[in-house]
Every structure is written in structure tokens, then in C-alpha cells.
Design a protein. Sequence first.
Length: 429
Amino acid sequence: MKLFVYLSEILGSKIIDRDGKVVGKLCDISMRINTEIYPRASGLVIEKGLFKHKYAHVPFDHVAQLNDRIILNVLAEEIQFQNKWWKNDFTLCVDVLDQQVVDTDNHKVVRVNDIHLLRVDNRLYLAHVDVGLRGIVRRLEWTLFVDAVVRSFAPKAQYLTREDFISWKNTQILTFGRQKNVLRLDIARKKLSQILPADLAEIMEGLDIYERLSLFKSLEVPLQRRVFTDLATQEKQDLIEQMSDMEAADLLENIPADEATDVLSTLSKEKILQLTRRMENETAKELRKLLGFAKDSAGGLMTTEYLYLNRDATVADAMAMIKDHVNSPGNIYTLYVVDDEHRLVGSTSLRRFINEDPQRPILEVCFPKNVFVRTDDGMEEVALLLEKYKFLSIPVVDAHEVLQGVITTDDVMEELIALAWSKYKEKLV
């Protein structure tokens, strides 16, 4: 089974029910875009009829097989078709394919010619958009012919091996209603504070380092920290190198530990030492510990910022904990229960206890199973457990089951897609 699949390869594929009956053909895929960096397919849009088309939307949970054929686990009679597809979801063909998008990494406007999907079991994730010539050729089904012609005249042509992809996280679709013009540096400071940190980070990516630093320093300190975490790694590194050691240390000390570790890991050992010397001892100690883990291990992926309670805490204590940390970075809706030695006893979420008696012991509303990973576990083990139990985050413990940190789904998906894509590119060479 191929790890990656192009949308053009599966569009028009026959949809078969569990009894082998042809239901129709695939004409679009709906996606969940909520808070996921890489949206996951939520359903299939099926078309049937030769002259008078009818449409149906089937949840992705009904997909039993997604290989050369698309097989459902329901009967054709259970699928309701209508004369018109009343679109109320984000779909690939309508909202992405053939649309103009902003490449926020290379700062240019391009057209989406195809869509690159990551296949994990029977799930599909939107990984990249294809903006290259090969995407057009592939959609026209001319790949074999064009490749043969190019290979005969220019066997070393980049066209044969190069894919022009943009990661979905670096893509902004212009038709989503955002303004196309880029804000200038003469914006009043009061207006800057009204712009979302993610949008400010996007604006900064289009500036040179000196303009970027000037804009960054004009922001209020709390806003600086939020914008910094939304910048790409290279932009973060460039900013750090232009700041004084005191400014850089103060910034890194007040952002999530995993974000600070990612930045520090790109710097020289001498620079890391200079910065950590200017931090509080406890913070510097935590960052040095995180830097000691392999990047693709659970220890390297985790953050040390999480909410925890003692095992004798109540639901009221949990609610108070969340309210006290409502402005804290990271996930505040999952809490971890520890003993006096800080060993992990259990975990719970706001959904499990929000309607419970405030005096009820927190241990009684924990998840039935205590799920965790160890600091030296690999990324694959983390991803498997997150998917199996449908958690938004998972705790990380050491050999003595002492809680060390937590890993979120976004951190894992970003690393998995980058790793899968790098391996895929190696096979193309």
C-alpha cells in the first residue's frame, strides 16, 4: 500500500458497498479543518447517474478499504442520494483544487494543480498541495507519455524527479476571504495588537530580517511571545541571532518549553550555553534536559508545561486549576493525577468532570486505563497510542513512571508527515 496518494489518482474511482455492489464514483472528499494542522478526511462525496447526477455524503468511518478500490462497510441501500449536493463542508475539489493560494514559505501566489494526501491505515490527511507542472500532467493522465518524451530528450531533466509541493501548514487559500494585500510596517501600534498572532507571523515571514526585527520589537512583550511561537524555525533562529543574549534568553524562557527546545537545538553549543546562563536555574535545567533527548523520541517531542493534581484532589480543585491557568500556553483541558513522588496515577479531561459533583474525588473521573509512553519510546509508538485512544495528548514518564511531560497530537502529526515525506523523496532519487 502506498503511503502517499494523489487526489487525481482516486477521483472518479468506483465506490463499492460491502456486498460488492457499485454505489457510484468518488467526486470529492470533505475534510475536518478545526484545529488540526493537517486536516483529516471526514467523508466521501459520491456521485451517480449518467445524465441526471445525484450526490451523497458518506462519513469516512464507513470506509472499510482504501487501496486500489474504495470499499464501504455499509449497503448501497443505506446511502441517501439527493439531486443537488448542498455543500456545507470544506472539500478538496471545491475549496482547494485549482484555487489560487499563497505560499507563505516562499512568499508567492500559485495555483493548486493536485493534492498530496497521506494515507495512515484507512485515514487520509491533507499533507501538501502540488503546484508544479507534473500535477497538471498527472490530472490529464499524460504522465507516462510526457515522461517518456522528456526522458528521451533530456534524461536528467528536473521535471522527471522534482515535485513542487507546498506543505499544507504553509498554504493560505485566497478564496477563504482573507485580504490579499500585505500590511505595511507603518501600521499603528494599536492596530498591530488587534491582529491575530498567526497572521502577524505570516506578515513577518515576507519581510527581510531587519524589517522583521523592527516589527517584532514594536509589539507588546506578551504578543511577541505568541507571535514567535507561530514563526517557522528558520525565522525564529534568525530573530534570536539578531537579539541580545538577555533579550533572547527572556523570550525563550517565557514560551512553551518544547518550542524553546526546538529553537535551541538549531543553535551552536556556545550560543546555547550563553543563553541558558541568563535564564532562571530551574528553566535552564528543564531545557537542557529536553535537549538531551533524541528529537524523534517521546522525550524529544514532549513539553514540560502541563497541569497536574495530587491524587487526593477533587473535581472542584480541577476546575480551579483550569481557571487559574486559562491564559497559559498549551493544552489546559487535560489534567494529570500524580502521587507524592510525582508518579503518574491517571489522567482526565474537562469533558469527563465538568458536570460532576465538585466534591467528587478526581480519581473517580479519570480515564479507565492509564495510558502513557516512556521518554525513550519512538514517535511511531506515540502516534499509535494517540490514534488508538483518540487522545489529544499523552503523558510521558521515565523508567520509574515519574511524569516528565506531555506530547500533543499536533506535535506528532507535524513530525510524522515531515518524516514520511523525507523517506518518500529518498525513494524517488
